[in-house]
Design a protein around this ligand. Structure first.
Ligand code: GDG
Length: 468
């Protein structure tokens, strides 16, 4: 088997105290790489003010080798906080109103991609397969090709690919679209994302579609396919089963004192629909006063990207909103919303999912959303909770048995919260069984193996020459 090189912006180093990072890419890739081994290159998270940036830091954990590079403060400002998180992230999540496009940031983005290529080049061996992740590194393969790299290179986009009208509002759309054609395999979360991408290519007259998944451009062929990401389902289910007896969970049960638990778990991000969700919960409590003092919403929301102004502002908005609802509806012995603004251990999270009667997974847009899948995996098959899921999450394309909602429809979501809490056990079981079968089948290993299988064996469609 050829060596696998994974490249992603951030590299989650092995956790020293079990406090895993809150982030879907990290969670999924860590599971996938631990099983197969390989080299993982990315940003160390450190910012240096001197140039040139020093040598790579390397370390080994089990069969994963890590190679980490620092970035300069200008790099971080332009590439990471600038173009990646203030242009690509909002645009791919349909928030053109939040996109802050600037040429300086765009130039920085391409420059840092060149820098990543220069760091990677000396590490590449002849038969390595290279798997690049996410929106930070779209032009990386093009840079590598320019330097003569002939290895197989794949790309997986963890976030949505938006409809052409939205994507093409970004000034450098053609550069990004063309740079993607340097890959051999491009993976998306859903068929809809792939179709949006294909529609952008067609609209801009870039390359040609040869089949459902095959494309050609600039004398090369590549495939673009949906590979829905998953979790380590059995492992996570076990974690949730075992969590029941820990002190934290006993304390939690005690503090609930028979009240039903509703749970929300999201990085603090405007794409996750947290404010709409709190509105929906408030509407639900107001419309169904019988439930007041009988339910509690636990919203776990670790801080994320706090250096980006929109995120900093959101921290304030959500905290104020939760405080306002608690002030308006709470009583001396009942707090409607427990708002936790930091990261919990993964095992703690698993146990809390299992304790919850309902999960509110209501992003306004989401590539997949692993929380939805984790919640399903964590349930007790005899008495499973209900997943209330936004139809704008990639996960909704697979988890058809969830209670699907439109998160923009606050009143509609409030009604579905009430129906979910009142759902009879047989219906909960039937819905859960369907979802669990999917979460088992499309797990993180299937995701990884299918992608890497395609990357290893992408045959050129007949009659098309594939320059290597
Ligand atoms: C991106 C895409 C796509 C959250 N809070 C804590 C914690 N988490 C973990 C969850 C889950 C992960 O973080 C979040 O994953 P999501 O998939 O929900 O969302 P993003 O971070 O936005 O991920 C997304 C994903 O990439 C994978 O392709 O699904 O659409 O946006 O695993 O459990 N983990 C711990 N403590 C917390 O407090 N330990």
């Amino acid at each position: 088997m050829s060596r696998l090189i994974v490249v992603s912006n951030r590299v989650p180093l092995p956790a020293k105290n079990g406090a895993a990072s809150a982030g879907g890419l990290a969670v999924a890739l860590q599971s996938a790489l631990a099983a197969r081994g390989g080299l993982w290159l990315g940003w160390s998270g450190k910012i240096c003010s001197d140039e040139p940036v020093g040598p790579l830091t390397t370390l080994k954990d089990g069969n994963i080798e890590y190679a980490l590079t620092d970035l300069t403060d200008l790099d971080v400002e332009e590439y990471y906080q600038g173009f990646a998180n203030r242009v690509l992230w909002p645009i791919c999540h349909y928030r053109l109103d939040l996109a802050e496009y600037g040429r300086r940031e765009m130039t920085g983005y391409f420059r840092v991609n060149q820098f990543f290529a220069s760091r990677l080049l000396p590490l590449i061996q002849k038969d390595d397969v290279i798997w690049i992740h996410d929106y930070h590194l779209i032009p990386l393969a093009e840079e590598l090709r320019r330097q003569g790299v002939k290895n197989r290179i794949g790309f997986f986009l963890h976030i949505p690919w938006p409809a052409p009208d939205v994507f093409l509002a970004m000034p450098v759309h053609d550069e990004l679209l063309k740079s993607l054609t340097a890959y051999d395999v491009i993976g998306f979360q859903t068929r809809q994302d792939r179709e949006n991408f294909a529609a952008c290519l067609a609209r801009q007259n870039i390359g040609e579609r040869l089949g459902e998944e095959e494309f050609s451009a600039a004398g090369r062929t590549f495939i673009a396919r949906p590979y829905p990401i998953g979790i380590e389902t059995d492992e996570f289910a076990k974690l949730a089963r075992q969590a029941g007896n820990t002190t934290l969970h006993k304390r939690m049960r005690q503090s609930l004192d028979g009240k039903d638990l509703i749970i929300g778990v999201d990085r603090l991000d405007y794409s996750k629909g947290i404010t709409q969700r709190i509105d929906a919960f408030e509407t639900f409590l107001t419309r169904h006063p019988d439930y007041q003092r009988k339910v509690t919403l636990l919203q776990i929301t670790p801080k994320s990207r706090s250096e980006v102004p929109e995120y900093e502002a959101m921290q304030k908005t959500v905290a104020e909103q939760a405080g306002r609802v608690n002030g308006a509806l709470g009583t001396v012995d009942w707090v409607p919303i427990r708002y936790v603004n930091r990261s919990l251990r993964r095992a703690a999270l698993a146990g809390l999912y299992r304790m919850a009667k309902v999960a509110l997974v209501t992003p306004l847009r989401d590539g997949m959303n692993l929380v939805a899948k984790e919640f399903v995996a964590a349930q007790d098959e005899d008495d499973p909770g209900v997943l209330l899921l936004s139809r704008f999450a990639g996960a909704a394309h697979e988890l058809k048995e969830a209670m699907l909602v439109n998160p923009y429809d606050v009143e509609g979501t409030a009604d579905v919260i009430a129906r979910s809490l009142a759902m009879p056990r047989e219906e909960r079981q039937a819905r859960w069984e369907g979802m669990m079968a999917t979460v088992r089948e499309n797990n993180v290993f299937t995701w990884c193996d299918t992608f890497l299988g395609d990357l290893a064996g992408n045959e050129a469609p007949e009659g098309v020459e594939q320059p290597r």
